[in-house]
Design a protein around this ligand. Structure first.
Ligand code: AMP
Length: 396
């Protein structure tokens, strides 16, 4: 199957082309809508198509078997990936109040692609879907229940595609079925979240109603006393801007690139040291909480730009946890080995590179194959839809 994975942001379009689940070509079109970039997402898609043709990957989008879109918020409605039709588009639209920054951009990507290649089947893969297995005690906030019932205010969690991908990889390495595996997965990048996985299912995660909650991130505060934004607002400050864009590592030391923070901290820079320590302290908080929640942990997984590359962060997160069966081998950690646990420790500690695009491609393939077999046809390309717009098909 030839699948194009698309991740549309408000001013950027990332794409990766898979042929038989092998990534063949990729790119990113930036500055959409700005004077120096393409005027809109339609033009950005033209650019992507031309660039794929130039690379020899495929001549045009007409050759594709499907497209998979990353969609940030699926609310409670989407617990798994779905074939996109008009009704799905409407439902993603209805979720905009829950993800005002992300869902509109994801929708523009979907709608532009549907207009450009009307017969191409397309699949939406949701960042929130993996966490829909959380129980009420994990997803309800202790605020008046009407906020949940009427407006959907609850923990949703994000980064689901990444947590799911690395969890499956970890189960594979352990030689266990995913549905018998308990894990703590730590996605540490510019955005960061932790996830507790019990028998292959997400039972808790650190991001919440929005991707602002939980761990300390590049520019996001993560957990704060809920009075703090109220206090800021009373002072006439833009709490939303401060907590999302001016906080986290950047707020603490003026920098959100972990490589530079590490260098500064190692040279004795106090602000960088504090930022690193707050970042680590919060992660350890969640590791401890999730260990208690799970009771048995088969492995801890580090992923994301920081988790995959920072031996220092991994060492600090795992220090003095021998009583929990967690200890890492200094050399294996520095060498970025797959399992960095020391031979004396009982809990493996994995470093696994995440691959959200591959996971989206896989899920797109699975959904399309199921859809094909249920509609009793062999290929979408064989004009099974009699020239109708794919979006007008029913039954998806
Ligand atoms: P991501 O959002 O997953 O791309 O991760 C971005 C973060 O990974 C940034 O804070 C980078 O500084 C960090 N990062 C990338 N490479 C390294 C490295 N070798 N050591 C420490 N941090 C790194």
């Amino acid at each position: 199957m030839k699948i194009l994975v698309l991740n549309a942001g408000s001013s950027s379009l990332k794409y990766r082309f898979f042929d038989g689940m092998k990534a063949v070509a990729e790119g990113v079109v930036e500055h959409i809508g700005e004077t120096r970039g393409p005027k809109d997402h339609a033009e950005a898609l033209e650019t992507a198509e031309k660039s794929l043709a130039k690379s020899g990957a495929l001549d045009s989008f007409e050759e594709l078997d499907g497209a998979g879109h990353r969609v940030v918020h699926g609310g409670e409605r989407f617990v798994e990936p779905v074939v996109i039709d008009d009704e799905v588009v409407k439902a993603i639209h209805a979720l905009i109040p829950l993800a005002p920054l992300h869902n509109p951009a994801n929708l523009v990507g979907i709608e532009t692609m549907r207009r450009k290649v009307p017969k191409l089947p397309q699949v939406a893969v949701f960042d929130t879907a993996f966490h829909q297995t959380m129980k009420k005690e994990a997803y309800l906030y202790a605020i008046p229940i009407e906020f949940y019932e009427k407006e959907g205010v609850r923990r949703y969690g994000f980064h689901g595609t990444s947590h799911f991908y690395v969890a499956k990889e970890a189960a594979k390495i352990l030689g266990e079925d995913m549905d018998k595996t308990n894990l703590i997965t730590l996605h540490l990048g510019n955005g960061a979240s932790a996830c507790a996985i019990e028998n292959g299912k997400s039972v808790d995660t650190s991001m919440g109603f929005t991707p602002l909650q939980g761990l300390v991130m590049g520019t996001r505060s993560g957990d704060v006393d809920p009075e703090i934004p109220l206090w800021m607002a009373k002072k006439g400050l833009d709490a939303d801007l401060i907590l999302n864009k001016k906080s986290g590592l950047k707020g603490l030391c003026g920098e959100n690139d972990m490589r530079l923070i590490e260098k500064r901290a190692l040279c004795g820079d106090e602000a960088a040291r504090d930022a690193l320590n707050v970042f680590i302290h919060r992660i350890r908080h969640y590791v401890g909480a999730y260990y208690a929640l799970l009771g048995r942990v088969d492995a801890i997984v580090f992923t994301g730009g920081i988790g995959e590359n920072s031996a220092l962060v991994r060492r600090l997160v795992c220090r003095s946890l021998e009583n929990l069966g967690i200890a890492i081998d200094a050399q294996k950690n520095i060498d970025n080995e797959c399992n960095i646990a020391s031979s004396k420790a009982s809990v493996p500690v994995f470093v696994i590179a995440t691959n959200e695009e591959l996971e989206i491609a896989r899920q797109t393939k699975t959904v399309l194959e199921a859809h094909l077999s249920s509609s009793g046809v062999k290929s979408f390309k064989a004009n099974n839809f009699k020239g109708e717009q794919y979006g007008n098909q029913s039954g998806s």
